[in-house]
Design a protein around this ligand. Structure first.
Ligand SMILES: *Cc1c(COP(=O)(O)O)cnc(C)c1O
Length: 472
């Protein structure tokens, strides 16, 4: 094989058409949900063996095998983790990004996609209710966006110049609900705050931060020598999809001069709807917001916006010189690597931009509202079935529930639900996950697919009832 062949445009053209056909067939099968399972389960060791010993026929059959043995996120019974079924148009934008491969750290290495990024983040910032003071950028995932936001918060709020001087002897801390995504905890530890520097605020029965405890927690922290610099609201939480009361958190943050970051990786998308906008009331008061487009805005993984109320703050995160890349000092929106953690990143802006331009921004309202609505219908269905217990009333498209055998104890019911979930995975008719709430194992669904119906959800409950009768 020669390099000439590797880069041959005509081979690409031919194979490309075939692969698009192959993927279109996959999309059709997944949408019908009949010809292929949501997942063809293989244990990790089996898959490792399969791929280690893989005998290549040709590139097309290789992709066929990869598609067959992957999680089918477009399948209408995919309702596990919070990953969007990538809309075909934005997936094609991903192909363009892969071929053009503009690295994005400096304007020259992404002239169009950098300008488009500005357009996209401005649009999203407006949807959040921010003014034209705001600004932001795209980055590789909610985890990285949250870390970046907390670094900005520390740089803005802490008296200490940690970037240059280290922590010296001051102990910094952040406040966050005990239900927040684990990446907040990880970010705080990366920043050297230690366990002590992560103040986990308890939640109420609806899994929202108990804001009435904040004053006491802050006094306790100060007495313990901690300097709190930021508070993080969840919009929504990952386990149960619960929205914190952002206005109450914002009142507290304003009163004490704390940075308010809203982790809206999953649920900030509600701001783009009419019907569910109220869930994020107060989000416009946040100093920064994380929003994953690859969760509720139909783009492929990963496409994340980090938005700042005061756009100038975003230039303060990394006080680091890289003079070979850019002239020092000026705040240029177009050299994105000044503000992002990454140096090279994907041309992710085009994945959102094409959807917004081709279908209009209303398409996101249609998608998010449908999925949130479906969750409410599913909750009613669960409540109407004798053997099922609903977790918290769903606020987003995340629904937790469990099957309970009333003659069995807690431990047995936990085991029953875990075993149901495990058997569902191996069977491949439905993909759901599980979570633990107050010591109880719950089955957890995130209704991501725009073609999943209430009937499909009824079938899921039927199948769970059957599994519950079989020996585990
Ligand atoms: C998914 C999620 C994250 C992590 O985002 P990634 O894009 O997976 O890195 C963080 N916070 C919340 C609330 C989430 O739902």
């Amino acid at each position: 094989m020669s390099l000439e062949q590797v880069y041959d445009p005509e081979s690409f053209r031919e194979l490309g058409h075939q692969i698009v056909d192959q993927l279109a067939d996959y999309l059709k099968d997944a949408k019908d949900g009949t010809n292929i399972p949501v997942v063809e389960w293989h244990d990790p060791e089996d898959n490792l063996k399969y791929w280690s010993e893989y005998k290549l026929e040709n590139a097309l059959s290789l992709f066929d095998d990869i598609i067959a043995r992957s999680m089918h996120v477009h399948h209408k019974t995919f309702m596990g983790h919070q990953v969007a079924p990538a809309s075909p148009l934005s997936a094609l934008a991903g192909l363009v990004s892969s071929i053009m491969s503009n690295g994005m750290a400096v304007y020259e290495m992404g002239p169009s996609s950098s300008a488009i990024e500005k357009v996209v983040t401005t649009k999203l910032a407006r949807a959040m209710g921010y003014t034209d003071q705001s600004d932001g950028f795209l980055t590789s995932g909610g985890t990285l966006a949250n870390l970046t936001a907390l670094l900005t918060a520390r740089s803005k709020i802490a008296d200490l110049d940690v970037w240059n001087q280290g922590h010296e002897n001051q102990k910094l801390a952040v406040m966050v609900s005990s239900e927040a995504h684990y990446c907040i905890d990880r970010a705080a530890r990366i920043m050297g705050l230690g366990s002590e520097g992560i103040l986990k605020i308890p939640v109420n029965g609806s899994f929202q931060m108990r804001t009435e405890t904040l004053e006491d927690e802050l006094v306790k922290a100060s007495k313990g020598g901690l300097k709190v610099f930021a508070i993080i609201g969840s919009a929504c939480t990952t386990s149960t999809g619960s929205y914190d009361n952002l206005n109450e958190i914002a009142d507290f943050a304003e009163k004490h001069g704390l940075w308010l970051h809203v982790d809206g990786a999953h649920g900030a998308a509600a701001a783009l709807t009419t019907r569910f906008r109220h869930l994020v009331d107060g989000i416009e008061r946040a100093d920064s917001i994380t929003l994953d487009c690859h969760k509720m805005l139909m783009t492929p993984s990963v496409t994340t916006a980090l938005l700042f109320k005061n756009g100038r703050d975003s230039y303060q995160t990394f006080h680091q010189r890289a003079e070979y890349l850019w002239e020092d000092g000026n705040e240029e929106w177009f050299n994105l690597g000044k503000r992002t953690f990454e140096c090279t990143k994907l041309m992710m802006s085009i994945k959102f931009f094409c959807l917004e331009r081709v279908y209009g921004i209303e398409i996101f309202d249609e998608y998010v509202s449908r999925q949130y609505e479906l969750a409410r219908q599913f909750a009613e269905l669960i409540s109407s079935r004798r053997q099922f217990h609903l977790g918290p009333q769903p606020e987003s498209n995340i629904v937790c529930f469990r099957l309970v055998h009333s003659d069995q104890n807690e431990e047995e019911n936990n085991h029953l639900n875990s075993s149901i979930r495990e058997r569902l995975l191996r069977k491949g008719d439905f993909y759901i996950v599980q979570t633990k709430l107050g010591g109880q194992v719950f089955l957890r669904t995130t209704l991501m697919n725009p073609f999943t119906t209430v009937d499909d959800l009824g079938n899921l409950l039927d199948e769970i009832e059957v599994l519950a009768q079989e020996p585990a």
